[in-house]
Ligand binder design. Structure first.
Ligand code: PMP
Length: 441
């Protein structure tokens, strides 16, 4: 198909997607692809969900757009109310945006403006973690942990330093328990705050479960509790980026519920619109809102489409499905079945180092040697081969290179729709196993 799209298709041609049906995308040749990555953890309800489609249609019939400079709308207000009611304690305010990068960008600006409003103008540093992804706009890019993504755009606009992620498979020593490991890595945050000077640090940003760069890496227990304590001790805002791991993906509506903590700012997107509409949100506390309200009274941010009524209508319908009876239990149960099936099929494989994750968010890490955990030579581009093999077999998965400090290593991320059934778990695992084996030959 001739095309003039300027984007990721610049070099290679792609199949033409025509239709979505449950967990499958169907191309113009009638070939069916199981959406094993939910389009990068977006399509949590699968394709063609009836209640979301009806909600979108109904909204379009009533009002397609009203600029938030002039109006609020019932759907946007309802969405904000629902999110506040469902969010962890301490979240009272919602700022609706159009996607993940925008939510992260807004969160960095909100942190900066908060400290200006309360008279602490020197707080401008952000601390983030290596092997994290926070988006592709310039502020979000500065926060992201992959050096190679940032390099060509340096110097970036937000002064950001990066500390270790909590990544037990590669970081935990033999002489420490998971809890000791979690505390040790969390304490790097304190060291970094002290190194920069506490009066200059405004925020620490982290993904509760790391997605794109690392393949569903969960933190050791106690890690985030200690992070929360350190942030409180030094007056640093904690931003949790749940753009990928939030909205039920881990079996909790908010991934941080598992860690028993809350944040000063939480970013969500992807699963919030479930693919039906681009939408994201930045959630924050009354304290931060009040500082702006009592100060300049105006958050210096804003895009034309924020709070878009059709997107808000879709998100309301998505949230209703996510919070309907048993949905989060289903994510937990199907997630455990997926983990078990992956372990049975791939757990003993000489080149599979780790199979991990939470809920329907799972990562499989490939290694050259299980004992040394040495990664494959990046030049082999194993992840690209796995992706192509899987595609040929009708499976969309999300393989990435760059696991270890963003330089080497390969992993596959699975983030299937929450409606995945038992036979589809078998289909995914069998096709993925074949694809990995073919790539290793
Ligand atoms: N944060 C995280 C954790 C993400 O995974 C992503 C997207 N992969 C983003 C931010 C950026 O979201 P978007 O692509 O919607 O801008």
């Amino acid at each position: 198909m001739p095309n003039h799209i300027f984007g990721r298709t610049a070099k290679s041609s792609m199949p033409v997607a025509i239709r979505g049906e449950g967990c499958y995308i169907i191309d113009d040749q009638g070939k069916r692809y199981f959406d094993g990555s939910g389009g990068a953890a977006v399509s949590c309800l699968g394709h063609s969900n009836e209640s979301v489609r009806l909600a979108v249609r109904e909204q379009i019939d009533h009002l397609e757009f009203a600029h938030t400079g002039f109006f609020t709308t019932p759907v946007a207000e309802t969405l904000a109310d629902k999110l506040v009611a469902l969010a962890p304690e301490g979240i009272d305010r919602v700022y609706l945006v159009s996607g993940g990068s925008e939510a992260v960008e807004a969160s960095i600006k909100l942190a900066r403006q908060y400290f200006l409003e309360i008279g602490e103008p020197h707080r401008h540093h952000v601390i983030a973690r290596r092997q994290s992804y926070h988006g592709n706009t310039l502020g979000a890019l500065a926060a992201g942990g992959n050096e190679w993504r940032r390099a060509q755009f340096a110097p970036l606009l937000v002064p950001t330093t990066h500390i270790s992620p909590c990544y037990a498979y590669r970081g935990q020593r033999d002489d420490e328990t998971p809890e000791q490991y979690g505390l040790r890595v969390a304490n790097e945050l304190e060291t970094e705050i002290q190194r920069l000077g506490p009066e200059t640090v405004m925020a620490f940003i982290a993904e509760p479960v790391v997605g794109a760069t690392s393949g569903a890496v969960t933190a050791a227990s106690g890690y985030f509790k200690r992070v929360r304590e350190i942030c409180d001790q030094y007056g640093v805002l904690l931003i949790l980026d749940e753009v990928m791991c939030g909205m039920g993906r881990t079996g909790y509506l908010f991934a941080c519920e598992h860690d028993g903590i809350t944040a000063d700012i939480i970013t969500i997107a992807k699963g919030l619109g479930a693919g039906y509409q681009p939408i994201g949100a930045m959630l924050t506390s009354q304290k931060i809102f009040d500082a702006i309200a009592k100060g300049s009274g105006f958050f210096q941010h804003g895009h034309t489409y924020l709070g878009h009524p059709v997107a808000a209508a879709a998100a309301n319908a998505v949230l209703d499905v996510l919070t309907s009876d048993g949905m989060m239990d289903r994510v937990k149960t199907q997630g455990e079945k997926l983990q078990a099936a992956l372990e049975t099929s791939l757990g003993g494989h000489p080149h599979i180092g780790d199979i991990r994750g939470r809920g329907l968010f799972r990562g499989i890490e490939l290694v050259q040697d299980r004992n040394t955990k040495a990664a494959f030579d990046p030049a082999k581009k194993l992840h690209a081969k796995i992706k192509a093999n899987a595609f040929e077999r009708g499976l969309i998965c999300y393989p990435m290179g760059g696991t270890i400090d963003g330089v080497n290593g390969d992993h596959v991320l699975l983030a299937p729709p929450f409606i995945i059934d038992d036979s589809q778990i078998d289909e995914v695992v069998s096709k993925l196993t074949q694809s990995i084996e073919a790539a290793l030959q």
